[in-house]
Design a protein around this ligand. Sequence first.
Ligand code: ZN
Length: 66
Amino acid sequence: MAVPKKRRTIRRIRNRVAHMKIDPVNLTRCSNCNKLIPTHTVCKHCGFYNDEKIIFLKEKPAKETA
Ligand SMILES: [Zn+2]
């Protein structure tokens, strides 16, 4: 069975985890709803990406497609 060779100290664990946080530098404003979103992702709030509607959310009926 695989066994860890060395004990992982709290300090080393916290040092690693500190780099996993979402960097606020990589957040941009959505072009449609102007909320903060990570870059290169579809907006969670309105489903827009690159000025195009990618995800059609259930709340709004499909009036805009016509
Ligand atoms: Zn948006």
